[in-house]
Unconditional design. Sequence first.
Lengths: 259, 775
Amino acid sequence: MQRDEIKVAVLQMEGTNCEYESYLAFKQLGVRPEFIHLKEFEKGKKDVFSYQCIFLPGGFSAGDYVRAGAIFAARLKANLFKQLKKFVEDGYVMAGVCNGFQVLIELGFLPALNGISEEPEACLATNDSNRFECRQTLIKHEKSKCKLTKNIPDGKICLIPSAHMEGKLVFKDEEYAAEVNEKQVVFRYVDINGNLAGYPWNPNGSYANIAGICNNEGNVLGMMPHPERAFHKWQNIGWDGNDGRGIFEGIIKYIEEKW
Amino acid sequence: MSMDNLFIKDGYVYRINLLDANDEQLMEISKTMGLALNLQEMKKIKDYFSRKGRNPSDLELEALAQSWSEHCCYKSSKYYLRQYVYNIAKDRIVAREDAGVLEFDNEHYYVVALESHNHPSAIEPYGGAATGIGGILRDVLCMGAQPIALIDPLFFGSLDTRYEELPKGVKHPRYLFKRVVEGIRDYGNRVGIPTVAGQVYFHESYTGNCLVNVGCIGIVKKDKLAHSRVKKPGDVYIYAGGKTGRDGIHGVTFASEELREESEEKSITAVQLGDPITKEPLIHACLECNEKGLVEGMKDMGGGGLSCVCSEIAYEGGYGAEVYLDKVPLRETDMEPWEIWVSESQERMLLVVKEENLEEVLRIFEKWDVEAVPIGKVIEEPFIKVYYKGQLVGELDLLFQIGAVEYAREWKKPEIKEKEDVEFEMPDLQEALMKILSSPNVCSREWVIRQYDFEVRGATVLKPLHGDIGMQSHSDAAVIKPLEESWKGIAVTADINPYYTSLNPYWGTCAAVDEACRNLAATGARVDAFVDCLNFGNPEKPERMGEFVESMKALHDMASVLNIPFASGNVSFYNESMAGSVAPTPTIMAVGIVEDVRKCATINFKEEGNPIYIIGETKKEMGGSEYYQYLGISAGIVPRSDAHLLKESIEKVVRAIENGVIISCHDISNGGLGVALAEMVIAGKGAEVCLYSLPDLRTDFKIFSESNTRWVAEVKKEKEEEFKQIFDGLKIYRIGYVKGDGLIIYDGDEMNKYVDLDKEELYQAWNSKLWEEMG
């Protein structure tokens, strides 16, 4: 596919609030992003299959008053589950950042170790610090099944800011956790030397320092840190911090090559 | 006549028998109804209705009480504001309505607003602070602007206050602080606007009456600027957003009295409930309508509710309006008409649209799942007419309601509490520095800052914490890059030091302006506008009013030399409780323009071997200083300020940053040079300095003086000559070099070492205090 033919749906509902900068990131790489309100998919005004990527931006969908991402996921499940399942099975991309990651977990699209699950098999629990924290984090790109980050060298340490209250990834049981940890981890929080380290390097106490995972097929990606906040060097003065750009580029490269 | 006979049922309202009431009864009515109107004002209302030949309805009296409250009409301050601040560089102000509007570039304006939410936050800190954010966002939104940053200056009593010392009915500062921060966090983060700057100040005068000031900046295309005024008769009033409930009734009249012991019980309903998840789509919907050119006028429903908004927006356009109260969406169905009229429920906007655009506007709100209904229309005659189920329940001349009261209150020159300086022996300076670094008003604000999402929207160039990950320090100002296609940035900071203003309101206010300008310059931003939030005590007391007037004079004297306008502002009087008045607190928010955000300077020392300079003169001005607080000395004068020198200095600092001559910069304020250097070391590389070159002062004063108009600058080695040229004519002193990773300070002929601390020690002293206090 040509870059300018690629369409990305930046999905929003009340409370999503990182859609604008996410939209800009895609736009600046030459693809065609669109803001899509959840209602437009629900009511069939827009067709899921006219997009190659559905991007779930960060924020506090529906206020996150129940559990982070739960209401957004419930609405997707109630009205769009079959379509989205096929969308993913056909190899299209779903990517979620922060609240979007929480939605993908609630929806059972991640970790999806044995395919999409009816019930969530993991959870992004409240940070160990028990509070919302906004801080720059360093994450290391791991060798994984992810097809969306092939452009990022394995072992590369990226500076990507985090800002969340519920980012501690936990799994339904130890065996499941071990398997995901082995195969599907895309990013881990590390310290300045690239080593796994505790707080504040791991800002939330996530299992095995996991910051981002993919599904078994590698076309669904979820991560807590915000790549759209490290898309330009000026966003992290002093760090030349545009490591987030690679994540958007990776998604686009995958689509360009696949179709 | 008994009180009962004064209230007569008439359909859906009560008529109040004002015409037959004597003075005592007039005051009894004001009190019983919670109107907060004085006798003079009640008599004025009585006269008005005598001329009309009828008695007012409860709704009409309530409406007047709202519009005549200090909070809404600035009756005590307007006279002085006009005299001292409104006229400075006013040609640069595009509009001064709910928010101020100035030019950003050829195609855009920026919009600024700053408000207090003090009394609600003292009673219910979480809700009070959250709705403060909600209100200031709407003030910016109603100009058609996209909000891009929030700023929160906060003031509390000392965290060490013992419970038994608290006046009755007052909440502990620790509780207030925690809940205010949580309120800002939960609202600001959810609504998706970054909280980028502010300050937290602890001072005993805030124990009974904490101050919560909230500021917001927005950006709008020039041709999309909206106004809070109607355009022509026949246009429709649309109510949009959350439903109306009983929360926030009498919010503005409550804000226009002193806090009392029973305030909580009596006034808890005056605090509104915030809902950021209604607000977030409300912002989208209003901006979409405005972007499509469907909006004739827009105003936020804040203080005084529908009553003030429906009246003011019509009055500003030179017309009147008719409103049908039964159309208003209600949360509680049994509300009285007057309650609907004055409720300050949150998340509501009033839009004025042409009849032919009505359908399209309603469709946009539906898309965003936000309730919107037509509730009235613009009429030719300058009256506000309010109907409820067919009954005319209120009719007022807008000129009477809105333009009627203003006072030139009596004032008395306040007592200057500065005392002659004293002699004392110099203590151990390293220990003093460590103690000052961990003092409440110097120590790291990380505990607060990290709870705020300061980079949602992805446009925060300079964040409130800066430097190496894991060991960061405060930035002087935050910088936002508001436009995708431009390198231009907006810098913002907020400053006031109540230790200075309580000693000397005039010079304390000057110092706040000086510091705000310094902070902006330190990042490479040129000051472009001021916004003031003037928090003072009871204006009916001449000495309180005197503090206010002194402060106004200071703002005038500084800003007119700098030729910088006050874009907008807010006055909050009656910040008094059983424990007394707050220190004069004219919070100054300054907005600056950065030509190219890639050139911003940061505070962390960067390259080993670069020279370190002090820009500006260090004097023995120790009144209110952190050093004297540490020593327990109350003496000395607060730092003076020279606006001409300031103007010249900031221009040179900015130029040196733009030219890459200064690569790290930090203003010198609380805790003096010692603290400034420590913060620069914490965030970056070390420094070794000798203060020998500074003029003749004892070493402790060199390290801890808080004299104004000073900066520490790291100058690029190869550009030292250029630096000297730029600063030709100003005082600069080379004090040392970037070196190692600690802070070493020498002074004197023998090069005595006064301070030798490594980065980790400095960081621990500076960073741990609030974490220990707040957990």
